[in-house]
Design a protein around this ligand. Structure first.
Ligand SMILES: Nc1nc2c(c(=O)[nH]1)N[C@H]1C(S)=C(S)[C@@H](COP(=O)(O)O)O[C@H]1N2
Ligand SMILES: [Mo]
Length: 226
């Protein structure tokens, strides 16, 4: 008997078997899936040294708040043309994202320099549309915290609502899903765990620390008492 067909057969089985092995073997590389690797915190951005998210002192009024990403809604209401209720994904997909290194200064005397990434508050507000009598923006959080600003502060400046810091999704203690990056303002204006934004004509509204004696405008270049 001619041995060549047998050798040929064995060769085909061998190659086919090896091919199947590479497909099924657990360590094999499959090209159609792209597993997500955990992000790493960055500590330098364009030559500038950054603080770590561990460098914050956690002293929130009720401790870290756990917000489930899938149940989360952000409401924008009050003196708007249309009330908004967005999911986490809606916000991230609908609005352009921006990055900036900004320092947070707490009245307790510590500060942190962080690369923030988020959407602009004014993009959100423009989407809702503002009624002519509005002059104030009030932010409310999951822990009952609140703070407010003249509407012009967020409309005339590129003020961010951050969902990432130092290349990480905002950690729970840092305000997941959103923290306001209230540039040029004391830390107590940087509200975390934002759940609702109200457009208002009540320029006398005072938030959590403001109603306990801290300055209403919270400007860094002034003292923190009125
Ligand atoms: N919802 C909420 N946001 C908050 C606070 C808070 O207690 N609750 N504390 C504020 C204060 S006083 C500071 S300095 C900054 C940063 O605080 P952290 O170090 O606790 O993150 O968050 C601000 N945002
Ligand atoms: Mo603070």
């Amino acid at each position: 008997m001619n041995g060549r067909p047998v050798i040929f057969f064995l060769l085909i089985v061998g190659i086919g078997g090896f091919w199947l092995y590479t497909l099924l073997e657990p360590g094999s590389v499959s090209l159609d899936s792209s597993p997500t690797l955990p992000s790493v915190e960055i500590r330098n951005y364009e030559g500038e040294d950054l603080s770590s998210f561990h460098d914050f002192r956690e002293n929130s009024i009720k401790g870290p708040q756990i917000i489930q990403r899938d149940n989360y809604r952000l409401e924008v209401s009050g003196l708007v043309n249309r009330t908004i209720s967005f999911s986490y994904q809606d916000i991230i997909e609908k609005f352009p994202s921006y990055k900036k290194v900004v320092k947070l200064n707490c009245v307790e005397g510590w500060d942190v320099i962080i690369l923030w990434e988020g959407i602009l508050v004014r993009d959100l507000i423009r989407y809702a549309g503002v009624k002519p009598t509005a002059n104030t923006i009030i932010f409310y959080a999951y822990d009952g915290y609140s703070t407010s600003f003249p509407l012009s502060y967020v409309m005339d400046n590129p003020i961010m609502m951050a969902y990432r810091m130092n290349n990480l999704t905002l950690p729970i203690e840092r305000g997941f899903p959103f923290q306001l990056v209230a540039e040029d303002k004391w830390g107590y204006k940087w509200i975390k765990w934002i759940t609702r934004i109200e457009i208002s004509d009540n320029d006398k509204y005072r938030g959590y620390w403001e109603s306990r004696g801290f300055s209403q405008d919270g400007d860094l270049n002034k003292g923190f008492f009125d």
